[in-house]
Design a binder for this molecule. Structure first.
Ligand code: ADP
Ligand code: MG
Length: 473
């Protein structure tokens, strides 16, 4: 028995990454061991039976296919339970939340939990009938500190419906990604099992169905339908509290109970947490809190930048960093506004045949947002950065080269460039002690690299950027 050679391992893992996508790969495959038993079987040691069941059920066939493709037809996969195995720990080295994996942290081993009842319908649930937007998938959802928890909860339930927390309640104001996450769950569930009886409906749709059923004398059919679904996903549940809807609330209450009692998954979104939905009956408020309640916040600077970059790339347009930073600095309301802004910028560029730069971006969004009276000055940046490092602004302008001062100076240079795209490299160099153009570029590159490699450093930068933005708001 020996670990698979690194060349074969990386071929196999690359193949799996292509099939399952980056997120699932990082979570489930990045840190697994692959052992060649010398008899054409690749063994994957896992820490307990829960993991083994999970892998067999969800990835057995897929890994087998990847083995056939990369190592040849005669290889088989075997999952073994080994006390020495740490198992997959996810990209962040943590056990996944909510027992996404087969055993939540701290649980004692025991019998596997019950799985979802088999779907009643055997035909596939067409996505268009459900009204799903095909772009609202997990791989198009950018994760940042503003939405990490909600994303984790959504992913958990998509991977393990009926076994993670029930219900999942995602709330946040308009344009922050509630519908995107709910539909991403639907897509993932259907990708894995196209026959799942899943219902995605806006709350208004649910209420309309209910009223129509009463009018047509078909309440029985309505109840049979809604109370036997495997997974019920209701978007904008706060609609139940709008106006006077006691009968609809009562009906939803019974629907909820019927599904919950039979371990069917319920997923809800709302513009506010359960207790803040006006007129919602207490029984529903308390039930909505039974599972996990996760909030979406407005995107921070780093997430806004990543979202803008991703939207530009998906649209096949090359947008320079400066223009992206400019938009991220000036639009902090919600993701929908970010999308609107980048589309407007790209549209203006195409219509006028001008390349995208900061001045075009500024022109494009002038009617959408009030651009702050420009803007973050060298003075503000140097004050914030030196304060953070217990230095003085004059340290950053000096020729001193000890480590803390050099790091702080590089961060200051990076932030000045990021937050004020109007400064030229020369101006930045002058403000930081007469450094030349190439030193400025070097500092920017150095900080960028560290942000991409060091999570803690990236978080510190995020805090600094947000503080600076607030200071001029
Ligand atoms: P809500 O339902 O909360 O009002 P949506 O889910 O409709 O918001 O999101 C608004 C737009 O922003 C959609 O086009 C969606 O794809 C996009 N969006 C929201 N959050 C993200 C994210 N984290 N990454 C990428 N796109 C996002
Ligand atoms: Mg929505």
């Amino acid at each position: 028995m020996a670990s698979l050679s690194s060349e074969l391992k990386s071929r196999l893992l690359d193949n799996l990454k292509d099939t399952v996508g980056q997120q699932h790969f990082e979570r489930w495959f990045q840190s697994i061991d692959l052992i060649d038993d010398g008899q054409n079987t690749i063994e994957i040691p896992l820490p307990n039976v829960y993991y083994r069941q999970w892998y067999e059920r969800n990835y057995g066939v897929l890994i087998q296919k990847a083995l056939e493709t990369t190592l040849g037809g005669s290889y088989k996969v075997r999952f073994s339970v080994s006390a020495n195995s740490n198992g997959p720990t996810g990209a962040d080295g943590q056990m996944p939340l909510f027992g996404v994996g087969p055993q939540a942290e701290g649980e004692t081993p025991g019998e596997p939990k019950p799985v979802m009842p088999a779907p009643v319908e055997t035909k596939e649930t067409p996505r268009c009938e459900l009204g799903l937007n095909r772009n609202f998938t997990f791989d198009r959802f950018i994760v940042g500190s503003c939405n990490r928890f909600a994303h984790e909860a959504a992913l958990a339930v998509a991977e393990n419906p009926g076994k993670a927390y029930n219900p999942v309640f995602i709330h946040g104001s308009v344009g922050l990604g509630k519908t995107h996450l709910l539909q991403a769950i639907c897509h993932t569930v259907l990708d894995r099992n196209p026959k799942t009886d899943i219902c995605y409906r806006s709350c208004e749709g649910f209420v309309n169905d209910y009223i129509a059923a009463i009018q047509a004398g078909k309440l029985e059919q309505f109840r049979n339908r809604y109370r036997q679904i495997d997974i019920l996903v209701i978007d904008d549940i706060h609609f139940l509290g709008k106006g006077d809807k006691p009968a609809s609330q009562e009906e939803f209450f019974h629907t909820f109970n019927a599904l919950h009692n039979s371990q069917r998954q319920i997923i809800l979104s709302s513009d506010s947490p359960p207790q803040n939905i006006p007129n919602l009956i207490d029984r529903l408020v308390s039930r909505f809190k039974w599972g996990v309640v996760a909030r979406l916040d407005a995107p921070d600077f780093e997430t806004s930048t990543a979202i803008l970059r991703s939207k530009a790339t998906l649209g096949g347009t090359d947008v320079p960093d400066e223009a992206i930073s400019f938009l991220a600095t000036n639009i902090s309301t919600n993701v929908r506004d970010l999308e609107g802004a980048i589309n407007t910028v790209i549209g203006l560029s195409r219509a006028t045949h001008r390349p995208i730069d900061v001045s075009l971006a500024k022109e494009a969004i002038k009617d959408i947002v009030k651009i702050g009276a420009y803007p973050i000055t060298f003075e503000t940046v140097q004050k914030a950065v030196s304060g953070h490092f217990n230095l003085t602004p004059s340290d950053l302008q000096s020729k001193k080269r000890d480590r803390t001062i050099t790091t702080a100076r590089q961060i200051g240079i990076y932030l000045a460039r990021l937050l004020n795209p109007y400064y030229s490299l020369e101006e930045i160099g002058n403000a930081f002690g007469g450094r030349d153009h190439s030193t400025v570029l070097y500092a920017i590159e150095k900080v960028k690299q560290r942000i991409s490699k060091d999570k803690q450093f990236a978080a510190t930068m995020d805090i600094l950027v947000n503080e600076l933005k607030k200071s001029v708001a």
